[in-house]
Design a protein around this ligand. Structure first.
Ligand code: CP3
Length: 342
């Protein structure tokens, strides 16, 4: 079905747009009371992720309520390790937890390359349902974690301030680390292809923990696997968001992808210089700016739009929206972008 609002896709490709498209990372979720109502009926986060009808419903909620220019499929980056044979739980108020982790060569060998249609069919079913129900209103974003970020959870077993267990492996067991990263990359490529087949219009890769690596490790253990993924996808535009990877922006500019996500610490003009003119930039309002009053939100959003300039920009926050952000503040951000003209 032809998209009625294809601003996101045109902006990603560097084509003409009448105005800047806008969506928010983590827009489907706890900021919306309508999400919490559905979530509270479920035993767990995983149950919601694995129930396509409900995953589709919460995917579309922000399109209806916030009037954003894109939907992002409701799932998690951790469905990939689960599909590889490493199950996870989502602990209330604590976040992801892996009862088993990867610590040895045997552990890596024991994992399989995910077969998406067999190991996580519920994601593709949810995508098909969303596409059916959206009726082309806005594009649907599919996503996956970057191999390094997924690796860090599989080795660490949970979130961490330092990810020192995962980082230790890069220093002590280089070969093993590469074997695991390659298995994750292969799984991710198969997974993203399946999402595109099911109807995803654009793909975003989240490298949430890029910023804990020194540049040489980033270029050795994260960047090459992101490159493999970008190279394998030519059906739809690809966005790479590597949080904290200001040190690698020049290299990111050389990835075979369409859009680079910026976090709020990255200077827009400097980032543009480093990335070059050939890519769209996405971002990068400080998520905490949405805790300000309405006048300040409008001002900060307009300043951001001005900094990016016309064209080749997708408005977003510099990271996922925080759960305690008010819906009115998010609406104010979205409306400001939609009313702004360069
Ligand atoms: O709206 C959307 O963006 C779509 C859904 C989505 C979720 N997770 C749902 C979710 C997306 C794109 C993700 C990506 C994700 N998951 C990332 C990368 C983006 C980022 O924020 O850096 C990461 C690192 C994860 C792993 C993860 N999942 C963590 C660390 C946590 C706990 C902390 C937190 O942010 O909530 C989750 C849980 C999670 N994933 C929730 C949701 C809605 C909250 C759990 C719940 O509602 O019960």
């Amino acid at each position: 079905m032809k998209l009625q609002n294809d601003l996101l896709i045109r902006a990603a490709k560097g084509e003409y747009v009448e105005r800047t498209p806008v969506w928010l990372m983590r827009q489907a979720g706890r900021i919306l009371p309508e999400y919490r109502a559905i979530r509270n009926q479920m035993k767990s986060f995983l149950e919601l992720v694995q129930t396509p009808q409900l995953a589709a419903e919460v995917t579309i909620q922000p399109v209806d309520i916030l009037q954003v220019d894109a939907a992002i499929i409701f799932s998690d980056i951790l469905v990939v390790p689960e599909a590889m044979g490493l199950p996870y739980e989502m602990l209330e108020k604590k976040g992801p937890y892996f009862p088993r982790t990867v610590a040895s060569v045997q552990d890596v060998q024991g994992l399989r390359v995910a077969q998406p249609d067999q190991d996580m069919p519920y994601v593709m079913e949810a995508i098909s349902l969303v596409k059916e129900q959206l009726q082309g209103r806005v594009p649907l974003i599919g996503f996956a974690g970057a191999p390094w970020t997924v690796f860090s959870y599989m080795v660490e077993g949970s979130g961490s301030k330092t990810f020192s267990k995962a980082r230790r492996m890069l220093y002590q067991e280089e070969q093993m680390a590469h074997a695991l990263l390659q298995k994750i990359a292969d799984s991710t490529i198969a997974y993203l292809k399946a999402q595109i087949n099911a109807g995803a219009d654009l793909i975003q890769i989240f490298d949430s923990w890029a910023g804990v690596l020194p540049k040489d490790h980033y270029l050795k253990f994260s960047y090459p696997y992101i490159r493999q993924i970008c190279q394998s996808i030519d059906e739809v535009p690809v966005t790479v968001f590597a949080k904290g990877a200001f040190f690698a922006l020049e290299e990111m500019g050389k990835l075979p992808c369409d859009t680079i996500g910026l976090d709020w610490n990255m200077d827009v003009a400097r980032s543009r210089q480093l990335v070059g003119e050939g890519k769209t930039l996405q971002g990068n309002l400080d998520p905490c700016a949405l805790f300000g009053n309405q006048t300040d939100i409008i001002k900060q959003t307009e300043d951001m739009l001005q900094a990016f300039g016309p064209g080749r920009h997708i408005a977003n926050l510099g990271h996922g929206v925080y759960p305690d952000t008010s819906v009115d503040a998010v609406k104010c951000f979205v409306d400001t972008v939609k009313e702004f003209r360069h």
